[in-house]
Design a protein around this ligand. Structure first.
Ligand SMILES: Cc1cc2nc3c(=O)[nH]c(=O)nc-3n(C[C@H](O)[C@H](O)[C@H](O)COP(=O)(O)OP(=O)(O)OC[C@H]3O[C@@H](n4cnc5c(N)ncnc54)[C@H](O)[C@@H]3O)c2cc1C
Ligand SMILES: *[C@@H]1O[C@H](CO)[C@@H](O)[C@H](O)[C@H]1NC(C)=O
Ligand SMILES: *[C@@H]1O[C@H](CO)[C@@H](O)[C@H](O)[C@H]1NC(C)=O
Ligand SMILES: *[C@@H]1O[C@H](CO)[C@@H](O)[C@H](O)[C@H]1NC(C)=O
Ligand SMILES: *[C@@H]1O[C@H](CO)[C@@H](O)[C@H](O)[C@H]1NC(C)=O
Ligand SMILES: *[C@@H]1O[C@H](CO)[C@@H](O)[C@H](O)[C@H]1NC(C)=O
Ligand SMILES: *[C@@H]1O[C@H](CO)[C@@H](O)[C@H](O)[C@H]1NC(C)=O
Ligand SMILES: *[C@@H]1O[C@H](CO)[C@@H](O)[C@H](O)[C@H]1NC(C)=O
Ligand SMILES: *[C@@H]1O[C@H](CO)[C@@H](O)[C@H](O)[C@H]1NC(C)=O
Ligand SMILES: *[C@@H]1O[C@H](CO)[C@@H](O)[C@H](O)[C@H]1NC(C)=O
Length: 561
């Protein structure tokens, strides 16, 4: 076996010496390769990390062993204890060809994109040792906290997983110092802490932080590296605008403090420059504000034709400025088809009571009624934010892909009709769910913050996502076709609405097959990100799909191209 591989390597070298293509020496080591660690190497490594090395299996296999109920399979909180689990479990699959699948309750199971080993870290030294081992043996690594990623970036074939789920420290302070300057109240949170846990901890302190609507997304994991949007972003800006510091293990194994004074270039990149490309975050320090009351206003709007749905979304686009004065955040989720649809509108108002919140919506709802839609189920609830935005759990264990764009405010002001028209096109193409987020804009001054956040966030009004889901009976070949088709047909509709080739998309909630990802996810600052990556990760240890420098690697991040 070994000699066979050596001779293949020799042939590859002979071929590559005559041209530009590179041989196996430019790949990470995989099982069977001569440089891959022996079981004795793994065992010795395990001893250096307090015996915290795990063998990893796909979630379906883990669940067979655990005897998971359907409710457990579908629970983001339950799945977090499974090292191989991705919430959208299509990312555990390799659809090939050749395909390697492990489906829920299946009779066969292959490893697919699930890592082989994981470091179940509870101390920075475990991560440091994992990184040194990976560098020494030229291994592919993956970094995961919650496994929430919609682009599959927290899992990788034949990799060593650096698993940060058990970094669970939380500590609040009234005076956080950066280079001896008091930055005020903040919370330092381990990279395994989910939003639900952090909301509960903040409530006990009578504080609020700028977080999203999910139970298990890690506040200090991928969230702020992508940007981090929140119902409070129209008031306080993006979550990444509110990060004061990170503690990070770098690709060279050093454990460093990263803030505006220490490694400021890395601090710039970590805030918006893309998840998983920079180092392993152990914890992050987030600004907090004193608690306040919010009202969550909820209403459902039903339409009974495609034209009516288009008219409704145009009306919504025309009215979206109604909420500028009070800087509301809003989630407007459409589920529909070419015959009918339901729009669920959840609006978050700071410091407004139920009656005032209803008044804010009344003009839009009158327009909806006037165009023939049915408005129903209007409710309000007033409470501290932590009770409302920290969800109980996140539905998980299904297959989903996304495509998204940041839609500029100018589109809403100048061409609200184009919004309705785009929704009609999407529904006509078979898209069943379009998720709208009024979570951008609002804080003009934040446009001056020096960070890698895509500048499109600063001129956007909304972040709009089209989704596709499929069941376990779809064949691997059909999944490949479906994914290609989704990118080919859905992306242009959103891109045209957002202004074309230079339009931006949220790197945490987008399409991993975006053809021009450096422009779409990072915008004009990509070259600076490349320069910072060359300083902190010269060996490209941290490669994720659509991440900085991923274009120099194959789709699996395994071989340099
Ligand atoms: C139900 C749900 C709700 C969501 N709601 C929101 C929302 O309201 N606002 C919003 O902005 N986004 C939201 N998101 C998207 C979310 O921001 C991304 O999924 C994000 O990538 C999650 O980060 P994570 O660390 O929890 O996930 P993971 O899948 O663990 O990781 C995601 C990425 O971050 C990297 N990463 C993880 N941990 C670390 C670490 N410790 N150090 C370095 N890199 C790390 C991974 O390598 C990967 O690239 C939501 C997602 C879901 C599934
Ligand atoms: C690592 O060591 C621990 C403790 O000895 C052991 O339980 C575990 O199985 C080992 N991990 C692997 C992958 O062998
Ligand atoms: C999978 O198996 C579990 C445990 O046997 C069962 O509870 C669940 O209903 C099954 N789910 C599906 C979709 O077949
Ligand atoms: C990972 O470590 C944590 C903390 O020690 C422990 O509770 C958990 O069971 C471990 N997970 C696995 C899969 O071994
Ligand atoms: C968590 O906090 C404890 C107590 O302050 C500290 O000893 C430990 O190093 C912290 N762990 C991490 C991973 O930061
Ligand atoms: C690791 O890299 C950082 C950033 O370039 C540098 O400051 C540090 O000295 C390096 N550490 C080692 C051990 O080389
Ligand atoms: C929030 O509302 C409650 C109940 O009305 C009230 O007691 C509390 O003072 C309010 N808090 C703030 C910060 O306004
Ligand atoms: C829908 O609107 C289009 C354009 O306004 C119009 O041409 C078409 O007849 C309408 N369809 C229906 C079924 O009313
Ligand atoms: C591709 O998408 C179009 C609509 O955009 C749809 O009509 C067609 O059925 C899709 N084809 C496949 C193979 O999914
Ligand atoms: C990032 O892009 C913005 C917008 O084009 C530009 O103004 C800024 O100078 C860039 N910053 C860096 C550091 O390149």
């Amino acid at each position: 076996m070994l000699s066979f591989l050596v001779s293949v390597t020799a042939v590859a070298w002979a071929l590559s010496s005559s041209g530009l293509s590179l041989g196996r020496a430019h790949c990470r080591n995989q099982p069977g390769d001569p440089g891959y660690p022996t079981s004795a190497d793994w065992s010795a490594f395990n001893n250096t990390i307090d015996g915290r090395l795990l063998n990893v299996v796909p979630s379906a296999e883990a669940c067979l062993k655990l005897g998971c109920t359907e409710a457990q399979w579908s629970s983001g909180i339950f799945r977090q204890a499974i090292p191989g689990s991705m919430n959208a479990y299509n990312w555990e699959q390799d659809y090939g060809p050749p395909a390697e699948l492990c489906l829920q309750n299946g009779t066969t199971c292959e490893q697919g994109f699930v890592p082989l080993y994981a470091v179940n870290a509870t101390a920075a030294q475990h991560i440091q040792a994992g990184i040194r081992f990976a560098q020494a043996h030229n291994l592919r690594v993956a970094i995961k906290s919650s496994g929430h990623d919609y682009l599959g970036r927290s899992t990788a074939k034949n990799s060593l997983l650096l698993w940060t789920a058990y970094f669970q420290n939380i500590s609040f302070t009234e005076h956080f110092l950066v280079a001896d300057v008091d930055q005020g109240p903040s919370v330092t949170v381990g990279s395994g802490v989910g939003l639900k846990t952090l909301y509960a901890a903040a409530k006990a302190q009578n504080k609020v932080f700028i977080g999203g609507t999910a139970a298990t997304v890690s506040a200090a994991g991928g969230y702020t590296q992508g940007a981090g949007h929140s119902a409070f972003s129209p008031i306080y800006g993006l979550a990444s605008d509110n990060v004061l510091q990170y503690s990070v293990v770098l690709a060279n194994g050093s454990f460093v403090t990263v803030n505006a004074a220490s490694h400021p270039d890395l601090f710039w990149a970590l805030r918006g420059g893309g998840a998983g490309s920079w180092g392993v975050i152990i914890d992050a320090t987030l600004r907090t504000v004193p608690s306040f009351n919010i009202t969550l206003h909820t209403v459902n709007i039903l339409t009974d034709s495609l034209n009516q749905t288009g008219d409704l979304m145009t009306a919504h686009a025309s009215h979206i400025k109604d909420w500028d004065g009070v800087r509301a955040g809003q989630y407007f989720y459409l589920a529909g088809s070419t015959t009918n649809s339901a729009l669920v509108v959840n609006t978050v108002f700071k410091d407004l009571d139920g009656a005032s919140s209803k008044a804010q919506l009344s003009s839009f709802l009158s327009s909806a009624t006037a165009l023939g839609a049915v408005v129903q189920g209007e409710t309000t609830i007033t409470a501290p934010p932590n009770d409302i935005v920290g969800f109980a759990d996140d539905p998980s264990g299904f297959n989903v892909i996304l495509s998204s764009r940041l839609i500029p405010n100018s589109v809403y002001l100048l061409a609200p009709n184009s919004v309705g028209a785009a929704y009609k096109r999407l529904l006509s193409q078979g898209v069943q769910t379009v998720l709208g987020h009024l979570v951008a804009g609002g804080v003009a001054a934040n446009a001056n913050i020096e960070s890698a956040v895509h500048p499109a966030w600063r001129t956007a009004k909304t972040h709009v996502i089209a989704t596709a889901r499929w069941g376990n009976t779809v064949s691997a070949a059909d999944v490949r076709a479906l994914r290609k088709n989704f990118t080919a047909t859905v992306r242009p509709v959103l891109s045209e609405l957002a202004g074309g080739a230079s339009s931006g998309s949220y790197s945490n909630e987008g399409d991993v097959l975006e053809p021009d990802f450096s422009v779409t996810f990072y915008g004009p600052n990509y070259s600076r990100l490349e320069r910072i990556k060359a300083v902190y990760d010269p060996n490209d240890l941290f490669i994720v799909s659509t991440g900085v420098r991923s274009e120099h690697w194959d789709a699996d991040g395994m071989c340099k191209i």
